[in-house]
Design a protein around this ligand. Structure first.
Ligand code: F0G
Length: 366
């Protein structure tokens, strides 16, 4: 029996699931942790918020092996790096790329260097890179400085760069669009997602176009990207020297895939918009408490963006007049447990009580 048919779709990973669409051959050693095939969750409360009989789905990328969408691209990038005989990976990161690179490097038995902006990485992500055994270097600078250094070190040939400037990363990430089409039977009408270095919006757009060309779908969605208001170079058409947002994953002032993101937005008749930190945190809480999906702040930008499209006259794309029954997909990109600090601050201190039913009844107001 073929080894791939002995595995469930979940365990197979994105390379075995979509091999014919990826830059791999029989000679490529597959480095996989069972990424992809993530849930596309129908969200009734979000449907109510949008109205007009629209259907809203959340593509929950937080349930990938290292808790973010980066694993889709990393399986391809690391498999190709191994095929080319690479001995070490390198990346700049706001946290999730480094966690993913570290995990896949461990799996492939090669080393991994991660360059991070000091003090700007969410606790859980830093902890992951450490646990997987990466060499961690913190710099006094931001993500854009880290990526500049990585580009230079990568050019020496000592490392494979596994940031989204590596086309194998984009190729792997486009499989999320394939999964959505396979599951929905066609592309959605709108696709909303957070934008940082702009690799993901580039990858989804490539995936949607490829499946349309292969006649696996009949249409293309409008791509609507959301940046944090303090880190919105694409929205403001200028490099942001000192980007700032609570959503540390998308704290990026000079995205590497800027032009590709612009092309995706223009070609798809979509939009780029901004959401404030308050809107992001409110959406994070709302999604956890109304749909049971707990994501990190950057991920909640797509949900905050959906609310903005529905409610605000100032939205770059208004949903007040979209066709009845439109289908909308929002990607959420990383797990809430990676970035617990904001939620921790809101948590009340728990004062233990006596271990009796009477006391517990009183404590819960019965
Ligand atoms: N959401 C999360 C949770 C992310 O970690 C990132 C990017 C994005 C959204 C934006 O995706 O860069 O493809 O536009 N994180 C990168 C990192 C930059 O280093 O982990 P993008």
């Amino acid at each position: 029996m073929d080894s791939t048919t002995t595995k469930s779709r979940r365990s197979r990973g994105v390379i075995e699931s979509y091999r014919e669409f990826l830059p791999v051959s029989a000679a490529t050693p597959v480095v996989s942790l069972g990424e992809g095939n993530t849930p596309l969750i129908h969200c009734p409360r979000l449907c109510e918020r949008v109205g007009r009989s629209c259907e809203v789905f959340v593509k929950n990328e937080a349930v990938n092996p290292t808790g973010s969408f980066k694993d889709r691209g990393m399986t391809v990038a690391v498999s190709k790096a191994i095929e080319h005989g690479t001995k070490a990976l390198i990346c700049a990161s706001t946290g999730n790329t480094s966690a993913s690179a570290a995990a896949y490097a461990a799996r492939a038995r090669i080393s991994c260097v991660v360059i991070l902006p000091a003090g700007k990485i969410a606790t859980g992500k830093l902890l992951q890179a450490f646990a997987y055994g990466a060499k961690i270097v913190a710099i006094n600078g931001n993500f854009d400085d880290a990526l500049r250094i990585v580009r230079e070190l990568g050019a020496t040939g000592d490392f494979a760069i596994v940031n989204s400037i590596n086309p194998d990363r984009i190729a792997g990430q486009k499989t999320a669009a394939f999964e959505i089409i396979d599951e929905m039977g066609d592309a959605p009408d709108f696709h909303l997602l957070p934008v940082g270095n702009a690799g993901n919006i580039t990858a989804y757009w490539a995936g949607y176009r490829e499946f349309l060309a292969k006649k696996k779908s009949t249409k293309l969605p409008s791509m609507i990207g959301f940046q944090a208001a303090g880190a919105a170079p694409i929205f403001y058409h200028r490099v942001i020297e000192d980007p700032d947002t609570i959503a540390s994953a998308i704290r990026i002032g000079n995205p590497a895939n800027w032009q590709q993101a612009r092309a995706a937005i223009v070609e798809s008749r979509g939009a780029i918009d901004v959401v404030s930190d308050d809107e992001i945190l409110a959406a994070q809480t709302w999604l956890a408490q109304h749909e049971g999906i707990f994501v990190e702040p950057a991920s909640a930008a797509s949900i905050a963006g959906l609310f903005k499209c529905c409610d605000s006259r100032h939205a770059a794309y208004s949903f007040q007049e979209i066709p009845e029954g439109s289908r909308i997909v929002c990607t959420v990109t990383g797990h809430g447990l990676k970035d617990p600090d904001v939620v921790l601050q809101r948590m009340r201190e728990l004062k233990p009580i006596a271990a009796t039913v009477t006391n517990v009844r009183r404590a819960i107001g019965l």
